[in-house]
Design a protein around this ligand. Structure first.
Ligand SMILES: NC(=O)c1ccc[n+]([C@@H]2O[C@H](COP(=O)([O-])OP(=O)(O)OC[C@H]3O[C@@H](n4cnc5c(N)ncnc54)[C@H](OP(=O)(O)O)[C@@H]3O)[C@@H](O)[C@H]2O)c1
Length: 249
């Protein structure tokens, strides 16, 4: 049987972890990556940079917070490929550096809402737009990028900042993953969430111990799971444990 090229979409892949995931997926034979960004010029620059690194991608703009942008993207995917095989929901925001985020008593509710809007609602929006294309071929791998700070087992841990907006949003993303997995049970669409670890990106800062490339490893593992694999689980970064292990919710 001739294996068809798999189409992989990575949200927010103009920089940081998304760029590293796009690069690693694009290096796998048989995967065509669609690089996406909300700012077209920045996305095109990233696409060019990847081409210089030997990875050819296709590009389309995608602002996950915009109904119009997501619908236009879904339509383009349909017209161009008639399918999507892999979706990495990487795009996210993190307002933890704001001073108000050090206390639930001072956190700005508007910030909480905007963080939830990007990190959770936008993933629901893109799921609604793209999963029908996966259902049509009964194949899909969905990877949601979370954080170990969203594990309930870390909430009382002194090692982490309180970060109420960010952590509650990623707890929401984990919940969305579990609900979606339940709904997709019995299909060959596998949805999982994972923590990439603390990474040297604009979000993670220069003091982070790991590179974006290291953080991308587990995303690639989950994006290329064989049929019949686990779904609806929360994974730790593989590097830390020498293999795929599940985190406590
Ligand atoms: N870095 C870490 O230590 C760390 C740890 C755990 C989890 N994570 C998670 O990993 C993911 C990537 O983080 P990162 O470190 O690479 O962050 P980053 O360097 O700040 O990059 C975030 C990416 O998300 C995009 N984005 C934000 N809002 C968007 C929207 N509405 N539509 C489309 N794209 C949007 C950004 O686009 P623009 O360039 O246009 O802003 C950018 O490409 C996030 O979900 C984050 O929560 C990161």
């Amino acid at each position: 049987m001739i294996e068809q090229t798999k189409i992989a979409v990575v949200t927010g892949s103009n920089r940081g972890l998304g760029y590293a995931i796009a690069k690693k997926l694009g290096q796998i034979q048989g995967i065509q990556v669609v690089l996406t960004s909300r700012n077209e010029a920045e996305g095109r620059m990233a696409q060019e940079k990847l081409a210089h690194e030997g990875v050819n991608t296709n590009y389309h703009s995608l602002d996950i917070n915009s109904d119009q942008s997501v619908q236009a993207f879904a339509e383009w995917l349909k017209q161009t490929y008639c399918k999507i095989d892999i979706l990495v929901n990487n795009a996210g925001i993190n307002p933890t550096a704001q001073i108000e985020e050090s206390s639930l008593l001072t956190v700005q509710l508007e910030t909480m809402l905007s963080t939830f809007t990007t990190n959770v609602l936008a993933v629901a929006r893109i799921s609604q737009a793209l999963i029908p294309l996966m259902k049509a071929q009964n194949y899909g791998r969905i990877v949601n990028v979370s954080t170990e700070m969203a594990s309930f087992s870390t909430l009382s841990d002194d090692d982490y900042p309180l970060a109420p907006s960010y952590r509650l949003s990623k707890i929401g993303l984990n919940g969305l993953t579990a609900i979606l997995a339940k709904e997709l049970q019995g299909s060959n669409i596998l949805v999982n969430t994972y923590s990439p670890g603390w990474l040297q990106t604009d979000m993670g800062g220069v003091n982070a111990p790991f590179t974006a490339e290291e953080g991308a490893e587990t995303a690639v593992y989950l994006a290329t799971l064989p049929d019949g694999s686990v779904q609806g689980q929360f994974f730790a970064e593989m590097r830390k444990f020498g293999g795929a292990i599940q985190l406590n919710w």
